[in-house]
Ligand binder design. Sequence first.
Ligand SMILES: [Zn+2]
Length: 352
Amino acid sequence: MAPLRQAIIRGGLESLYFTGAHAALKPLVGGVGVILTFHHVRPPRPQRFQPNRLLEVTPRFLARVVELLQRSNVDLISLDEMHARLNAGDFRRRFVCITFDDGYRDTLQHAYPILKAARVPFTVYVATSFPDRLGELWWLALEAVIAENERIGLPIEGENRTFDCRTVAEKRALYEELYWWLRSRPTEAEMRAIVRDLAVCYQVDIAAFCRELCMDWPELAQLAADPLVTIGAHTVSHPVLAKLPAHNVRAEMDLSRSVIEAALALRPEHLSYPFGNPAAAGPREFAIAAELGFKTAVTTRPGVILRTHREQLTALPRISLNGEYQQLRYVRVLLSGAATAMWNGFRLASAA
Ligand SMILES: [Zn+2]
């Protein structure tokens, strides 16, 4: 996310909080519940160049969020329970569901002990190529290439271009530029090929990120054995689904469910779309997930759950508690729904 946009969002949250506006807006925009998104939960790292830091929170922050939620007048429930309540139209109590994307080992190491001690249910969405050790966490490979080099050469539209990345500021700017340039490649295959070439050229081992950061099947089995844990699907190869032909989208969703079933003897009924923004998952993906019989599917579009979402169970918004907003006062504002309503221009207010 661009620093300016971050500053605006942060400023907006601050002003909402300090004016008390979030409390006044709550009855209008609070919705019936919230699904929270997490990625990594791990102790802070010292490096100044951490472009993917927006995908992590500290264990201490997670513990404080759980504490705050348990003191608030909300139910911490599983996705199955949320699904049942939405279908039954049971909106007597506001709910919060906690979800983790990707299946990182720190979910087991750092998040699980906190949630288990507090007896809080949660979901882990697994991209099956990660425990199968075939996955490409290409955004981390890009980060490593930029972190470890002072200048990078890359053929762009047939022309060999070079980029300086000596200082932290240059590295941040280059990461932002190349990340979104890669995301805008017309096909997933083209994007992957470019990152693979970069990794080979600059001696970054893409496969190592899976081994080092993601749970293997025995570790996932350990989590899956706990009734507090729901294992959800997150496709096989973690692609931008919207760029694939429909039959591949169907295969990515369906096959990931079958692979998890074969490995863990449980059939996932909930799905998370990789990346999950409007450019990565739209109406076609929502329809395919529904056709395949998933009970729910989540995006990363920011928002609270409204009564009307019972008609759109495979297009559910979530709220990300990311690395940029690790302050509990932000959590209170985010949970009130006021912040997402602000981002959505208050269009939600009429739908609530
Ligand atoms: Zn993911």
